[in-house]
Design a protein around this ligand. Structure first.
Ligand code: AMP
Length: 288
């Protein structure tokens, strides 16, 4: 694996790279979720580039940019073992030199609801950095995790809106044995919090089970999640059944409806989602 620190080095290393080229952007502190993206890219593509960059523009004031877990030596070792091709790991001022003044943002419900409402400017920073990374790496396929479903929907949107010549591929969420979705921020959980953390996924499963009951509506799935979280240590930020492309609330089940939730556990926020697609639907698909 070649490690490129600058845009010039990355472009030079990729100029004659075999195609198709897959790209996996990460903020490092790699876990099996990230490695599943690399694996998916390895399977589909002749060559894989990954990036390790804790992107300052997607952290709000008071968020954990300074404390975000960083262990570059370990990350590079994992990518070396898992991948081929290139790792792009720039310093912040390589990406945002003095005088940087450009915004890239997706408007509307998709960026203003749910995670966008909880973390203003988060998605603008993500959209900016992914646009820049795509322009540096020029991949054929961009691999993103379904764990961050709203991010995935926004990436599909700006790739389409800006006519970026890349396919966006979503990769299923990798979970710990007890169901907790893997996340670099799970490292912050205290042992007590870690024991409580899988309750979010358990609650989503309860919601999906409720969705499978004859005659049920998305509102009942949402109610079931709220009821399941009630006795736990989690405090829900939101739970909703949404269309996975628009993140508009689903009032009837569509074949691709997603049940999404975020909760606080002490100082940590957990987000997760599951597809309602595998439940048996009593009603006809009306949201597609
Ligand atoms: P991050 O390093 O948190 O910015 O995540 C980099 C990429 O890994 C994003 O596309 C995430 O959606 C994806 N990702 C993070 N956690 C998981 C997981 N548990 N399963 C699958 N993909 C994940």
């Amino acid at each position: 694996v070649i490690v490129a620190r600058t845009i010039k080095e990355a472009r030079a290393a990729l100029r004659s790279a075999p195609r198709p080229l897959g790209f996996v952007p990460t903020m490092g502190a790699l876990h099996d979720g990230h490695l599943a993206l690399v694996e998916a890219a390895n399977t589909r593509c002749a060559n894989v580039a990954a990036s390790v960059f804790v992107n300052p523009t997607q952290f709000g004031a008071g968020e954990d940019y300074a404390e975000y877990p960083r262990d570059e030596a370990r990350d590079l070792g994992l990518l070396e073992a898992a991948g081929r091709g290139l790792v792009y790991a720039p310093a912040p001022d390589e990406m945002y030199p003095d005088g940087f003044a450009t915004d890239v943002r997706v408007g509307g419900t998709l960026t203003e609801s749910f995670e966008g409402a909880e973390r203003p400017a988060h998605f603008d920073g993500m959209t900016l950095v992914v646009t820049k990374l795509l322009s540096i790496v020029c991949p054929d396929v961009l691999f993103l995790g379904e764990k961050d479903a709203q991010q995935l929907a926004i990436a599909r949107r700006f790739v389409r809106d800006l006519d970026l010549p890349v396919e966006v591929a979503g990769v299923p969420t990798v979970r710990e044995q007890d169901g907790l979705a893997m996340s670099s921020r799970n490292a912050y959980l205290t042992p007590d919090e870690r024991r409580a953390a899988p309750d979010l996924y358990t609650a989503l499963l309860a919601g999906r089970a409720a969705a499978g009951e004859p005659g049920s509506s998305p509102a009942e799935a949402v109610e079931a999640v709220i009821a399941a979280v009630e006795p736990s240590r989690l405090s829900l930020d939101y739970v909703a059944a949404v269309h996975p492309d628009s993140f508009e609330t689903a009032h009837t089940f569509g074949s691709r409806s997603l049940l999404i939730a975020a909760a606080r556990l002490g100082s940590i926020r957990l987000i997760d989602n599951i597809s309602l697609a595998s439940s048996a639907y009593p009603t006809k698909d009306a949201t597609q």
